[in-house]
Design a protein around this ligand. Structure first.
Ligand code: PRP
Ligand code: MG
Length: 172
């Protein structure tokens, strides 16, 4: 069961498209680190940020890669007053992270911004990059490639499978 509702539109991303868009993100970030443009490390926000982070690390030849595990969930009682919250399940290496200076923190998308808000509180000097961004979360992200409307649900390739669909004009 996803919290997909009440999203009106679906944006279906193929492996090829997430690869192309993640490479575009890497090229956008190249040379923008604090130390003569270099980045110290890449940290993926698991799990959705792992594929984009791997591509960014490969494109920018960064070999210090770590993860921060964040789980978002709905808190509160009935559906109406449920708030989207997030908590950290696993942290990256403390010595490497410091205040986040020189660290690229990568995720697949920002929606409400709750996930990035939580991580930014921990590492305020890090650079936050996502492949996709919805308007509500844009204030939390420093660099993103493609904006999508708030009422769009993004389907990632790891959440989908190729399957048969009936012809447009069914047999009589
Ligand atoms: O801006 P927000 O409203 O916080 O939503 C964005 C986050 O939600 C999704 O992760 P999810 O929490 O579903 O976990 P997963 O990446 O492990 O699937 C997505 O990968 C982002 O990390
Ligand atoms: Mg995620």
């Amino acid at each position: 069961m996803t919290d997909r509702l009440p999203h009106e539109k679906g944006f279906h991303i193929s492996w090829d498209q997430i690869h192309r868009d993640s490479r575009a993100l890497a090229w956008r970030l190249d040379g923008r680190g604090p130390d003569d443009g270099a980045w110290k490390a890449v940290v993926a926000i698991t799990r959705g940020g792992m594929a984009p982070a791997m591509i960014v690390a490969r494109e920018l030849d960064i070999r210090t890669v770590d993860t921060i595990s964040v789980m978002s969930y709905h808190s509160g009682g009935g559906k109406a007053d449920q708030r989207r919250e997030a908590r950290v399940l696993k942290s990256p290496d403390t010595a490497m992270m410091g205040d986040g200076t020189g660290v690229l923190i990568v995720d697949d998308l920002v929606d409400s911004g709750k996930t990035l808000e939580l991580v930014r509180d921990l590492y305020p000097q890090a650079h936050f990059a996502t492949v996709y961004a919805k308007p509500e979360g844009e204030p939390q992200v420093d660099t993103f490639i493609t904006g999508v409307s708030q009422d769009t649900w993004i389907f990632f390739p790891w959440d989908m499978a190729l399957q048969y669909v009936e012809p447009y004009r069914g047999q009589d």
